[in-house]
Write a protein that binds this ligand. Sequence first.
Ligand SMILES: [Zn+2]
Length: 433
Amino acid sequence: MIPASGSYRLSNVRLHRSLTPGLAAAFDSDGFALADMSVADGKISSIAAHGRPKAPVGAIDLGGRIVMPCFVDCHTHIDKGHIWPRKPNPDGTFMGALNATGADRAARWSAEDVARRMDFSLRSAYAHGTKALRTHLDSVAPQEEISWPVFETMREIWHGRIELQAACLLGIEGVRDRKWFEGLAKRVAAAKGVLGVVTYMVPDLEELLDHVFAQAIKHGLDLDFHADETDAVSAISLKKIAEAALWNGFEGNILVGHCCSLARQPDLDVLDTLDKVAKAGLAVVSLPMCNLYLQDRRADQTTPRWRGVTLLHEMKARGIPVAIASDNTRDPFYAYGDLDMLEVYRMATRILHFDHPVGDWPKAVTETPAKVMRLDGFGTLAAGGVADFVVFKGRSWTELLSRPESDRIVVRVGRAIERQLPDYAELDELMVK
Ligand SMILES: [Zn+2]
């Protein structure tokens, strides 16, 4: 359907208002409008309302199929991905995940093991239409010396297909070893990475956060936190991060993931936290599939009673940038997943009610994470931009979000890519117990 020439015209393309800022058209109540789009030399040369001034001659008629920009996945763990067959989560709990992953990391995460699983993940993400991806890298000694060089090699290999970023990952207790943490911050800076930690309600949390911010300022790094991935009402590290950002006068980007406990706290406490989060300029990413899997997991095999996700609607209403992302894939934190951002969006629509109205929620998998990751021109469709987009079969939200869209067409730099998902059997030899 998409010519290999890289120069062509498409007519009857269905575009969403939130993803096409330059398009002047009469959008329907779902936010869609039909448009005509020209692609030349790998770039979008024009986008106009369908038939204005007239339908382009010789155009390929897409029959009203939805076209979206390629996805941006801002929170993943491709260093952990696909270890499930050799190290499953024994009980589906967060602690079960933490312990299983720690044991697997210590025993098995050689450079080759990490590289092969990362490559598998990236091939999947690419085939599903992802253009940029941030991964966390477990950076507890001595893993940082193994995984960061592998990441740098992968970033080089994947340059031009997936824009890769990495953030270090360690429990905030690890920051107490000031000398080691400064060394890690230097290593992250050398790799042009992002400084990341997991916050827990430890007695010296404020002091440790100050040190994290001081290191980020010293080395010119953006920040990325895992915060409050628990149902414990007492977990308020999101608020502590916002306060630390304010009193340290931090000017870089801060992304905070999870924030599950916020949904369990009293309204007045929530309002106070959200005020501070907005004032501090934090962005929040929710990980709906992983949260649904781990949160409210019950040892007595009773039924979960809450969805695990944070208060994304309330955040967006206050102007806090909000995204959703894949998080873990086939590892003890989440037994499933394939870095398919359409699946993440479909699940988020159901878990988080991204519908009736859809509004500008599609930005949560495109433009918003792109801005957090400082990726100019990613996540929107505009004349002059690179022709990186996904052509779906669906012509409406109900069609798009009802099927897996396994037959979607992914166009990169104007050309349809070969969408070959890697075979699980490729990893079998790494999975021997
Ligand atoms: Zn995560």
